[in-house]
Design a protein around this ligand. Structure first.
Ligand code: ATP
Length: 232
């Protein structure tokens, strides 16, 4: 397994947000993490990244125990994050943002020209400050920065949030491309159908617990289950 969470329990102060969450992402596998607001999806991502370390349970990545490891060490091992609010540096240009993200790991490294191949509009953003970009443009910078960090696993938190439908399709195509390169992906999405279309497996969370685990296609094919679990 590339990523393995075993029985993690994460708290905000005294408030427990995750109650024994276990999940796995295999090499080159795309996994969708779905569920209603407040289910604990973002907290799961924060736990993996060491931003909200779990109080109990264990997290391993690429055969390293990363439970309780500081965030910078976790990312150096090859986990990249595309946050829902992008977190690009607003006053820096696209090029500077990308340069700041560039890193070598044991995984496949990417160069800027390959990013221009994936996002044809990216080249024109290199000299523009991020604060003067649209949401979709910032997302291209955020995803490119995540890839230039040579990840083995990319965590996407609500990548389609605030984006026009055609740009959402572009993001989903990029996720497929990552899979074809052998990169593992865990994607949290409100847009459950779009995420399921590109995923191999899915977990559905509710109130801090995993309520369902199965093949993405199984959920797509079963309207009753779909309506019960993700309301569509
Ligand atoms: P959303 O789609 O709304 O982001 P989510 O599934 O990502 O939902 P989380 O944000 O992980 O859910 O929230 C899980 C639980 O933890 C919720 O009950 C939420 O209120 C609580 N929570 C989240 N962040 C904090 C925080 N910083 N302090 C206290 N409680 C928090």
């Amino acid at each position: 397994m590339m990523l393995h969470l075993s029985g993690i329990e994460t708290f905000y102060g005294e408030t427990q947000a995750l109650f024994g969450v276990s999940l796995e992402v295999g090499p080159g596998e795309v996994v969708a993490l779905l569920g209603p607001n407040g289910a604990g999806k973002t907290t799961t991502i924060r736990s993996i990244l060491g931003l909200s370390p779990p109080r109990r349970g264990q997290i391993s990545f690429d055969n390293h125990d990363i439970t309780g490891m500081p965030t910078h060490r976790i990312s150096r091992l090859g986990i990249s994050w595309v946050p829902d609010d992008r977190r690009v540096f607003p006053t820096l240009t696209g090029a500077r943002n990308l340069r700041l993200g560039t890193r070598k790991t044991r995984f496949r490294s990417w160069c800027q020209d390959e990013m221009f191949g994936i996002f044809s509009a990216l080249e024109h953003l290199m000299r523009r400050e991020c604060e003067n970009m649209s949401g979709g443009e910032m997302q291209m910078v955020a995803i490119s920065r995540a890839l230039l960090a040579s990840p083995g696993l990319v965590l996407f938190d609500e990548p389609s949030q605030g984006l026009a439908p055609n740009i959402v399709q572009g993001v989903m195509r990029t996720i497929k491309r990552l899979k074809s390169e052998g990169i593992s992906v865990l994607v949290v999405e409100q847009n459950a159908l779009a995420a399921l279309e590109v995923s191999d497996r899915t977990y559905v969370m509710d109130r801090g617990r995993i309520e369902y685990e199965g093949r993405a296609q199984e959920l797509l094919d079963n309207p009753v289950l779909r309506r019960r679990l993700i309301g569509v």
